[in-house]
Design a protein around this ligand. Structure first.
Ligand code: ZN
Length: 470
């Protein structure tokens, strides 16, 4: 990606391929199946590894030669609903040390003198497996769980961190859902305001915070900067949002990102997928990483940052759009468009094209005041009554052209809150339609070309709740 140090990258890539081939039975077979002896050439012939394949590979995926007793196991929540179970990624202390040294180097860059360890509260996601190692000095870790205890433990951690930081907390890090739960708890339970801890910045991970989420978090912590990071449980390195270009960058070298052609099933209007000869085995083809290109994000973890569970050309299942060359990062970045499986495709000029991305839908609907929300886990468990934190209930699909229509039709159904009047339901549908068109250039192109976009407000019961992403 970008004009980075290609020689260094190829050297690390060659080392990574040799490591995987030499130590993992799964990768030995898969790499030998490419027919290339040269490690970098063998890598370039690899087809992306799907989550399903990674789960099916089981222990054969692991690299041998490590002490199993030292393994830390990370569970990928994104794979939880896949057939055959969940993906377990094993990590060894050597990997964590390599990454910690690298990240410390990044943080230290530009600072003349180390100011001492920062005061940090980390809301650690228990869904992802065993606890990580002991936190560094100044970091106060709280397990995030949908239970009353979480709020008590979090308060204690905030008190401790503020004391450590001399009345200030440098950063609070956690998933959007954990941060929203804290914000809601302060408002609903009559807890003391979170702004009293003097938090300087909030870092979010897992998925991108919508405008509404950012407002709720900022209101709770006292209008602090919120830094979004894209991350996967399968890899430890996050891609924070860049202030210079509004894209995201993975700090190189722990991860090598690539783009692959999105696989599109049969699209209404008569066209199938992008077609063409495909990759070496007829699979998806790589897409050049240039501004505006859209594709599936495929990641490779490089040694020494990934060792125990080598993941080469791992298909994240996320669609991204490459953003422009960023002077600040000296690299191209990307914007996250959401899960590929949830994107909507239609046929335009005989070719299937993606025109509505889940991220655009999610951001547009989350700002609508009369959109009904799924019951959040905290509500289901009776921990926070009426916390209003579940995702909005909305579905989108493409339908074939009806008689007399030239192009396909996209139907978006959004659930209205039960007390909404007819006028409010019409306003909800109308505002959402405008917001979608304002956000999405491909959708505008579809409508300008004669395609129909119909947004309907429906009853909340018409759309089922969804707890996990696909
Ligand atoms: Zn940038």
């Amino acid at each position: 990606m970008g004009a980075g140090p290609a020689a260094v990258r190829d050297a690390l890539l060659a080392e990574t391929v040799a490591h995987a081939r030499g130590r993992s039975p799964f990768w030995r077979a898969r790499l030998e199946g490419t027919g290339a002896a040269d490690p970098v050439e063998a890598f370039r012939r690899l087809e992306p590894l799907t989550k399903r394949e990674a789960i099916a590979a089981g222990d054969a995926l692991q690299a041998g030669g490590f002490d199993r007793a030292d393994d830390r196991i990370v569970l990928s929540s994104g794979t939880r609903r896949e057939g055959g179970g969940c993906l377990y990624v094993r990590r060894q202390p050597a990997e964590e040390e390599a990454l910690a040294t690298f990240l410390d180097g990044l943080r230290g860059a530009g600072t003349a003198e180390a100011p001492g360890p920062p005061a940090v509260v980390e809301l650690w996601n228990v869904w992802h497996g065993l606890p990580p190692g002991a936190p560094p000095a100044g970091t106060f870790r709280v397990p995030w769980m949908p239970h009353d205890n979480f709020f008590e433990l979090a308060r204690a951690a905030f008190e401790d961190a503020a004391r450590f930081g001399g009345g200030r907390i440098d950063a609070v890090r956690g998933s959007v859902s954990a941060l929203l739960a804290l914000a809601a708890s302060a408002a609903r339970r009559g807890d003391a305001p979170l702004s009293r801890y003097g938090v300087r910045a909030v870092g979010t991970n897992s998925y991108e915070a919508t405008g509404r989420s950012r407002r709720l978090i900022a209101a709770a912590f006292g209008d602090v900067p919120i830094i979004d990071s894209y991350s996967l449980s399968e890899f430890t390195t996050p891609a924070p949002k860049c202030e210079a270009c509004a894209g995201r960058h993975f700090a190189y070298p722990p991860l090598l990102p690539e783009l692959f052609e999105p696989e599109i099933g049969a699209a209404p209007g008569g066209a199938g997928g992008p077609g063409g000869p495909g990759g070496p085995g007829g699979g998806p083809r790589p897409v050049e990483w240039r501004p505006g290109a859209v594709g599936r994000l495929v990641l490779t973890g490089l040694v020494p940052f990934v060792q125990r569970t080598p993941l080469l050309r791992y298909d994240t299942g996320d669609l991204v759009a490459a953003t422009g060359d960023c002077a600040a990062a000296d690299d191209l970045g990307f914007r996250v468009l959401g899960r590929a499986v949830d994107a909507v495709a239609v046929a335009i000029d005989g070719r299937a094209r993606l025109v509505l991305f889940p991220a655009d839908l999610e951001h547009a609907v989350d700002d609508q005041p009369h959109a009904a929300r799924a019951a959040h886990l905290l509500e289901r468990l009776g921990v926070l009554e009426g916390c209003d934190l579940g995702p909005p209930k909305v579905v989108a699909r493409a339908e074939p052209a009806a008689g007399g229509e030239a192009a396909a039709r996209i139907v978006v159904e959004v659930a209205a809150v039960p007390h909404a009047t007819d006028v409010e339901r019409r306003t909800l549908a109308g505002t959402l339609r405008q917001a979608l068109l304002a956000r999405s250039e491909p959708l505008r192109g579809f409508v300008d070309g004669g395609g129909a976009l119909e947004v309907r407000a429906v009853d909340a019961g018409a759309i089922p709740d969804r707890l996990f992403k696909r």
